[in-house]
Design a protein around this ligand. Structure first.
Ligand SMILES: NC(=O)c1ccc[n+]([C@@H]2O[C@H](COP(=O)([O-])OP(=O)(O)OC[C@H]3O[C@@H](n4cnc5c(N)ncnc54)[C@H](O)[C@@H]3O)[C@@H](O)[C@H]2O)c1
Length: 433
């Protein structure tokens, strides 16, 4: 189900309803707002900077947006520029992104370059008067994040970051369910992303190593934290409405000792001022645990990546029956139920409930990330709509800012092997603690 269809079925109207309280960024892209924008007959003229893997993915999505036209492409690596031009032969081609920003025929700019370039390109794009959509994460350093955030606050242009979970229907529905109290008070969060792949790309000649494998080097990448954790930490700040203030953890290069500079294994704990924690782990040399974002509530657990939730029902009957069996078979020498606080904690399995009726894959517990409908098309479409209306989607920049700061705080904690506290200089009014 597309996001628009989903919002239509929920009966969400322009201006927002209670249903959008947990996801206010969607108020600007309801079906009614889209009809209003489309009624003007305008077309969002898009220029794309960075036509590599993600850039070409965005091209495929943009080609599905009826009110968008890709008018310009820019890349300074000819192989990727040509590959993108084959998809959009009529678009102008640039090798210097500043020339694309000077092009008056470009209304909105999509930036899909390595992380180290995001801040400068975003600043330049906003100051050229372009609505701007940048891939996650926001920037390579906390200072850059703050500079971009401040520039955005001064600008009247729309700015988006590609944190597509905010536009993924199954996440949106889960945010709304958590907001309505389905799993009770959120008492903790547990996220991980495990893969078994080296992250390397083949390099045609050695001098291109750092350019093509930019993810592996610190001048251009902040590693697993910004590439993977940023999406998952953002889920945690959205569901709590709060920002953790401390982080501690360890990171290392455990397996891929191939000259890379970023960690291939990270394990961290983020702490909120109210005592709640996010435990976060990522490893790229074992994929057994896959990817999960578990929001732990007093009444149940929501696993957003799988689109399922579980209740904590007190399965006393089952527990007592199991205890009797164990007493009969001699597992316990003495009856362990003497104390008044005894509760059976034995349970065969939790029953999964689907977040979306039409979701697939949840019974077997498969992750649904990478499924064709992960919100990436919807967020690009929302950006194109903003290019026509000038309307900024609420919270999108702020959430990207919070997520990126958390990732960079995590890297600092791991690099310096200490507890890192969020510095006052990087606090913004949006943050609640
Ligand atoms: N939101 C998501 O789920 C998601 C998924 C994948 C990638 N990404 C992000 O997308 C971005 C790009 O990742 P990718 O995998 O496509 O990388 P990539 O290396 O395949 O593509 C990057 C492109 O930028 C170009 N480039 C580099 N410097 C440039 C410059 N000065 N001017 C113009 N072009 C320049 C490169 O030549 C390359 O074609 C990264 O920020 C990454 O984190 C996001």
């Amino acid at each position: 189900m597309s996001l628009r269809q989903f919002l239509k079925e929920l009966g969400c109207i322009a201006g927002g309803t209670a249903l959008l309280a947990a996801t206010p960024w969607l108020k600007s892209c309801t079906p009614e707002k889209l009809s209003e924008a489309a009624a003007g007959g305008g077309v969002a003229r898009i220029g794309l900077i960075g036509t590599g893997s993600r850039g070409q993915y965005h091209i495929h999505n943009l080609l599905k947006v009826p009110f968008a036209r890709i008018v310009a492409l820019c890349d300074d690596y000819p192989v990727n520029l040509e590959a993108a031009a084959a998809l959009v032969p009529d678009a102008k081609r640039y090798t210097d992104y500043r020339r694309l920003l000077e092009d008056p025929e470009v209304d909105g700019v999509i930036i899909a370059t390595p992380l180290g370039l995001h801040a400068q390109m975003t600043l330049d794009s906003l100051s050229a008067g372009k609505h701007t959509f940048c891939e996650k994460a926001m920037a390579l350093t906390m200072d850059e994040c703050k500079a971009v955030y401040d520039a955005y606050r001064q600008s009247d242009r729309a700015l988006y970051y590609c944190m597509q979970r905010m536009y993924d229907p199954k996440y949106v529905k889960a945010f709304q369910m958590i907001g309505s109290g389905l799993i009770g008070d959120v008492v903790g969060m547990r996220c991980h992303w495990f893969r078994n792949a080296d992250w390397r790309r083949p390099v045609p000649s050695p001098e291109l190593e750092r350019r093509i494998n930019w993810r592996l080097y610190r001048e251009s990448s902040a590693g697993l934290m910004t590439e993977l954790a940023s999406h998952q930490l953002e889920v945690c700040t959205i569901v709590t409405g709060k920002m953790p203030t401390q982080v501690a953890g360890f990171g290392d290069i455990v397996y891929w000792k191939d000259g890379r500079e970023v960690y291939d294994s990270v394990s961290l704990t983020y702490r909120f001022e109210d005592g709640r924690n996010i435990t976060y782990e990522s490893l790229i040399s074992n994929k057994f645990n896959g990817m999960e974002e578990q929001i732990l509530g007093k009444l149940g657990t929501m696993d957003l990546s799988k689109g399922v939730y579980y209740f904590e029902e007190d399965d006393t009957t089952y527990g007592v029956r199991r205890l009797l069996d164990q007493l009969k078979t001699g597992v316990f020498a003495a009856v362990p139920t003497a104390g008044p606080s005894w509760r059976p904690e034995l349970r065969e399995s939790h029953v999964p409930h689907a977040v979306m009726e039409k979701s697939t894959g949840w019974v077997s517990g498969e992750s649904m990330i990478g499924a064709s409908n992960d919100g990436s098309l919807d967020i690009v479409e929302a950006f194109c709509q903003s290019c026509l209306t000038g309307e900024q989607a609420e919270n999108v920049v702020e959430e990207a800012y919070c997520a990126t700061i958390l990732c960079l705080m995590g890297n600092l904690a791991m690099d310096e092997k200490r507890v890192v506290t969020l510095p006052d200089a990087y606090k913004i009014p949006y943050m609640k603690f």
